[in-house]
Design a protein around this ligand. Structure first.
Ligand code: MEV
Length: 322
């Protein structure tokens, strides 16, 4: 019986120049350039492990063991269906199935899931255009390109945004990221995307984000890693300033108090922060200062994870029976 399966893994992501606002909510296109990194828990790989199967045998498509709602506007089948005809031309009319599990992911799993699936698709259809593949992955998760290419990436363009890696994960090996998680529910990122553009300040935010991406290119060509995270901290402040203007309050008082303390402590040793759309403050520090940073974070919350920057998505297993 025909059965072809490809398994890929891809890491979760966080923004460095944060993405806010969607110029096309279906294609999930942006209004401005952005940047991000991929990460893993230290000592435990964090990834989405995704298997694409083309088979005569009837199977169920699942996400973390639960059946997938194929009608969902951000279902992985949005991506699979765009390649349905090409897959069928190559492998014949058979079932196409998707199974994905998140391993050690604390947040940002949708980028990883979409990127791991994109990697599976590219492995069976190597002639497809990678920029088009990214546009299709975006419909499932707008920052999937970060997870697909890994390390530090920038995403440029509005109608046809595409992502490229500007520094690989090796450059970040002397740095650690602590995720200080606060015990409240995270808000959906779409609250940010749908509200930021309503602010009169948003025009300025677009300019700031685009300029930050240009500065990031210079910092990365100088391999100035602490400069990159300082820029990310300032971008975080600008991003959440807009969120505040449109009443999307991601940064709670408890999170703000940790951020304020980081700003103060920076006078004594280098440390910076990032807050994306979730209920974590990410503290970035030199690897040698990890314990000091942990001590600081633990005064504010009990839930803490140690992270490091990780690399691109990859195929880990294939099977082919006929
Ligand atoms: C989600 O699309 C975008 C945020 O996570 C910010 C970012 O990571 O750029 C909210």
């Amino acid at each position: 019986m025909f059965n072809r399966s490809i398994q890929s893994v891809a890491h979760p992501t966080m923004g460095i120049v944060l993405l806010g606002g969607l110029s096309d909510p279906v294609k999930r296109l942006p209004f401005h350039n952005s940047a991000g990194i991929c990460y893993s828990l230290v000592g435990k790989d964090s990834f989405s492990r995704t298997t694409l199967t083309i088979s005569d045998e009837k199977m169920e498509s699942t996400l973390n063991g639960k059946p997938i709602d194929q009608e969902d506007s951000r279902s992985p089948f949005k991506l699979i269906n765009t390649y349905h005809d090409q897959i069928t031309r190559k492998f014949g009319e058979r079932g196409i199935y998707f199974n994905s599990v998140n391993e050690n992911i604390i947040s940002g799993s949708s980028d990883a899931g979409a990127a791991a699936l994109g990697r599976c698709v590219f492995s069976i259809l190597p002639d497809i255009n990678p920029n088009e593949l990214e546009l299709n992955m975006r419909m499932v998760s707008e920052s999937a390109g970060r997870s697909y290419y890994g390390g530090l990436t920038i995403t440029e363009g509005i109608d046809k945004p595409f992502t490229r890696q500007i520094l690989n994960e090796e450059y970040f090996k002397n740095f650690r990221i602590l995720s200080a998680v606060f015990p409240h529910e995270r808000k959906p990122s779409d609250d940010i995307h749908f509200n930021q553009p309503k602010s009169p300040y948003y025009k300025k935010r677009i300019e700031n984000a685009n300029r930050n991406v240009e500065t990031l290119k210079i910092l990365s060509s100088n391999k100035d890693i602490s400069g990159i995270f300082d820029l990310a901290m300032n971008d975080t402040d600008d991003y959440h300033y807009v969120n505040g203007l449109v009443n999307v309050h991601i940064v709670t008082e408890a999170m703000r108090s940790l951020m304020d303390e980081i700003r103060e402590i920076r006078k004594r040793f280098w440390i910076s922060y990032i807050v994306t759309g979730g209920n974590s403050v990410f503290l970035i520090t030199a690897k040698t200062d990890t314990e000091k940073a942990k001590e600081l974070a633990l005064n504010h919350t009990k839930e803490l994870y140690e992270l490091e920057v990780s690399g691109k998505s990859r195929v880990v297993h294939t099977t082919f029976n006929e």
